[in-house]
Design a protein around this ligand. Structure first.
Ligand code: HAX
Length: 439
């Protein structure tokens, strides 16, 4: 299957690549926008600076993967037998090829990843040498780098591979890495929180169900939760920190291990993926401060104002691009309504959602007062007893691999060049503006 799938990907990408090269040759001076000083100062917001095919984010509608919204994915992607959640294997195929998979392809990808999932012993030894107190995201990134001993691209490059063939070992590395991430993540989880009592992978399960099993959860509901979780976190167009970091590092012909590890170091920031642990920490702290139970709307409002007065952000709210409630938040809310409508923490999440947008919406500088993906995810995990919130960003990272590594395959196959934007010094900027004002 791998060979067939790989060649299908290459054929599709060759056609796209030829189209793109023609576009650039014929319309290379086409303007995609102008860059203002305010944009540069705001972290390059709204500046289009790369081609990224796997997904596109609309500020009002939210994410679309190859044109499909989350509700559309629910309708069109194959599901596990008896399940309602899309299988992330199918999303990977869609992101890579732009085509909707059928159940046979999804099953074949599950089987392929199962076969590729073995991790060399030295990776476990490396992890075992780390302090248990080291943040799981740091362990995850180190584990990914330790797996670089297996880099097909690194070896092929040393052996003098022709540049037209770079895509092939990149594809192999991405498939291997994705296949191994659940095992790596579960190893870290069991090592840190379950006395190193590890659980071996099981045969014949899909990628998410096997991950749930290795974490210590064999119920259908947790498998379904992970199928949903690993699907909705997979990609968020190219400009977010984890996607862009992976893309940037990959553009130097660093292999998938280097590039993905860089992306994970970005995901570990509290303004990005780490927000999922911060949300739960914030909710539990609030609950503790208030003596437990379900806080009232007024109590939540007071706690939000206290958080803001202390110069902190309200985690799980706001977004650099989105301007409405994140559809990934809504997908999780639907899941919770179905499986755990009476859960205490879930109900706090919903009550926070009733209160926070009004407060943040009244603060002029805040562009988006609505919840993002991280506002809900932790509550679902807590419900099933996965309470170690320091670990939550690792789960996000396993999912994010699908999007950023699909794009890495595409970028290599398209022969994208090294990224090298320009910069300006503060003094140089002042001089340029003075010269322009005085001219
Ligand atoms: N609470 C308090 N202040 C907030 C805020 C929030 N939730 N969201 C934005 N602001 C503040 C910003 O800190 C900024 O203040 P300063 O000018 O004083 O620095 C101001 O409002 C303008 O910010 P913005 O233009 O609305 O938003 P940015 O694009 O700068 O930042 C962030 C977007 C997501 C980083 C921001 O909304 C935030 O910090 N949110 C809380 C952390 C969070 O949930 N992060 C996860 C985002 C989704 C994601 O990547 N998931 O992985």
């Amino acid at each position: 299957m791998a060979q067939q799938f790989k060649h299908e990907f290459k054929e599709i990408t060759d056609v796209k690549s030829a189209e793109l090269k023609k576009l650039v040759a014929e319309h290379g001076t086409f303007k995609l926008g102008e860059i203002t000083l305010a944009q540069v100062f705001s972290g390059m917001k709204g500046m289009t600076g790369m081609i990224y095919d796997t997904s596109k984010l609309d500020p009002e509608e939210g994410i679309r993967f190859r044109g499909y919204s989350i509700p559309e994915l629910y309708e069109k992607l194959p599901k596990a037998s008896g399940g309602n959640q899309p299988l992330p294997e199918g999303l990977f195929y869609l992101m890579l090829t732009g085509k909707l998979p059928d159940a046979a392809i999804v099953k074949a990808i599950s089987e392929e990843w199962e076969q590729r999932a073995e991790i060399p012993q030295h990776v476990f030894n490396t992890l075992d040498a780390l302090p248990l107190t080291l943040h799981p995201m740091t362990q995850f990134s180190i584990g990914v780098l330790a797996m670089r001993s297996e880099s097909a691209f690194g070896k092929a490059y040393d052996d003098g591979i022709h540049k037209k063939d770079y895509w092939d070992p990149t594809f192999e590395d991405c498939m291997n890495l994705i296949a191994r991430l659940p095992r790596l993540a579960a190893y870290i989880y069991r090592r840190v929180y379950h006395n190193g009592n590890h659980i071996a992978p099981s045969k014949g399960l899909d990628w998410s169900a096997n991950f749930a099993h290795m974490l210590g959860h064999d119920s259908t509901e947790v498998a379904e939760l992970l199928r949903m979780y690993l699907t909705i976190h997979a990609d968020h167009e190219g400009g977010n920190v984890s996607a862009h970091a992976t893309h940037l590092v990959g553009s130097a012909l660093s292999d998938a291990y280097y590039a993905f590890s860089a992306g994970m170091n970005g995901l570990a920031g509290p303004l990005h993926g780490l927000a999922n642990q911060e949300v739960i920490r914030w909710i539990l702290d609030m609950q503790q401060d208030l003596g437990g139970g379900l806080p009232s709307a007024q109590q939540i409002s007071d706690y939000v104002n206290k958080t803001l007065a202390e110069g902190k952000v309200v985690p799980g709210y706001g977004h650099a691009v989105l301007r409405k409630t994140d559809p990934r938040f809504t997908a999780q809310m639907e899941f919770a309504k179905k499986y755990m409508p009476n859960d205490d923490i879930v109900n706090i999440v919903w009550r926070v959602y009733d209160v926070v947008p009004d407060i943040l919406g009244n603060i002029k500088k805040i562009q988006n007062p609505w919840p993002n993906v991280d506002a809900h995810s932790g509550a679902l995990l807590l419900h099933y007893g996965i309470r170690e919130y320091d670990f939550f960003t690792v789960l996000f990272g396993v999912s994010r691999a699908l999007g950023v590594l699909a794009q890495l395959c595409i970028s290599r196959a398209m022969g994208f060049p090294i990224e090298r934007p320009g910069s300006v010094t503060s003094e140089g900027l002042k001089k340029r503006i003075e010269a322009s004002v005085n001219s």
